[in-house]
Design a protein around this ligand. Structure first.
Ligand code: ZN
Ligand code: FE
Ligand code: ZN
Ligand code: FE
Length: 271
C-alpha cells in the first residue's frame, strides 16, 4: 500500500492511540513506508485566540520524547516498514524564526507546512472558534489561508504543503476567481521551493467529503511539476491509509503516474 506521511499520535492530546498502534495498523495494511507528522507546539509563548489547554499539540518539553519514540520504532521495524520522522508545523509568521531554530534541533526527515491559523491569531479549524467563522468571512479565510501557504513555501522551511485548500471544508468561496488566483500563487511558490504537495484524505472524513486539495489544483500542481505524497491526517489508528485508493485515482486523473517517496527521495509508481 502507498505510504502515508501524515500520521498523528496521542501525544498531541486530540488523537487516539499511541504511535505503536499506528505502526501496527500500517504494517497490517501492508504499507512499506509511513511517516509520523504530529503537531509541532506553538513556540515562544505565542498563542492563538482559542483556549490551548491540552488539545492542540504536545507541550514543547515532550518533543524530545516524540522524536525518540519515532526513532525507536523506526529501528524496531526496520526491514519490514520504513518509518520516517516528520512533523506538521504551523506557519505562524510571528514565530517563524523560532520555528526554524526548533526544526533545526531535530533530525526531521520532512516538515509538513500547514496553515491552521489566519489573521489575528484565529485558529479557524478549532471547534471553539466555529462561531467566529461567519463574522470573519469565509472568503477571507480562503484567501488568507492560501496566501499564508504561499508565504510558508517562500520561507524554504517546509518540505510538504499540507491540506492546501483546507478552508474549502467550510464551503466554497463567493469570489471563486480571487481564491483560484491565491491557490495558483501558493502552488507556484510550492513548485519554486521544490516542495511536495500532499493529497490529504482527512477531508473524506469531514462534511466536504473529498480530500484536500481539489482536483483542479492537483491538475495545476501536475502542470507545475510538483511531486505528490499521500497523507491520511490520521488521528486514530483506523485512519491510517484511509481513502488512499480514491486519492490514487485523483492523482491519476490529474495526470500523475508516480508519487514521491520521502524515504528514498525517489518516485514510486502509482499502483
Ligand atoms: Zn491534529
Ligand atoms: Fe493540520
Ligand atoms: Zn493538518
Ligand atoms: Fe494533521
Amino acid at each position: 500500500m502507498i505510504a502515508d506521511y501524515h500520521i498523528h499520535t496521542n501525544m498531541c492530546r486530540h488523537a487516539e492511540g499511541g504511535a505503536r498502534e499506528y505502526v501496527e495498523r500500517a504494517a497490517e495494511l501492508g504499507m512499506r513506508e509511513m511517516g509520523f507528522a504530529d503537531h509541532l507546539p506553538f513556540l515562544g509563548g505565542w498563542e492563538p485566540l482559542h483556549d490551548l489547554t491540552d488539545d492542540w499539540a504536545m507541550p514543547q518539553d515532550e518533543l524530545d520524547d516524540y522524536v525518540t519514540l519515532v526513532l525507536e520504532l523506526a529501528r524496531e521495524y526496520a526491514g519490514d516498514l520504513r518509518i520516517a520522522l516528520g512533523i506538521e508545523a504551523d506557519f505562524i509568521p510571528e514565530t517563524i524564526e523560532h520555528t526554524a531554530a526548533v526544526l533545526e534541533q531535530y533530525p526531521f526527515e520532512y516538515v509538513i507546512g500547514s496553515v491552521h491559523i489566519v489573521g489575528d491569531r484565529f485558529g479557524f479549524d478549532h471547534p471553539e472558534m466555529e462561531g467566529r467563522l461567519a463574522e470573519y468571512g469565509l472568503d477571507r479565510i480562503h484567501l488568507e489561508s492560501l496566501d499564508l501557504a504561499r508565504q510558508a513555501a517562500e520561507t524554504g522551511l517546509f518540505d510538504v504543503a499540507g491540506h492546501l485548500d483546507h478552508a474549502a471544508k467550510f464551503g466554497p468561496p463567493g469570489d471563486e476567481e480571487a481564491v483560484a488566483a491565491a491557490a495558483s500563487a501558493a502552488l507556484r511558490a510550492v513548485a519554486a521551493a521544490g516542495m511536495a504537495l500532499e493529497i490529504n484524505t482527512g477531508g473524506l472524513r469531514k462534511d466536504i467529503g473529498r480530500p484536500f486539495p481539489a482536483p483542479v489544483l492537483l491538475a495545476e500542481a501536475r502542470g507545475l511539476g510538483i511531486p505528490l505524497v499521500l497523507g491520511s491526517d490520521a488521528h486514530r489508528p483506523g485512519d491510517v491509509g484511509h481513502g488512499f485508493d480514491h486519492a490514487a485515482g485523483l492523482a491519476r486523473a490529474a495526470g500523475y503516474a508516480a508519487l514521491r517517496s520521502i524515504a528514498s527521495g525517489g518516485e514510486e509508481p502509482l499502483p
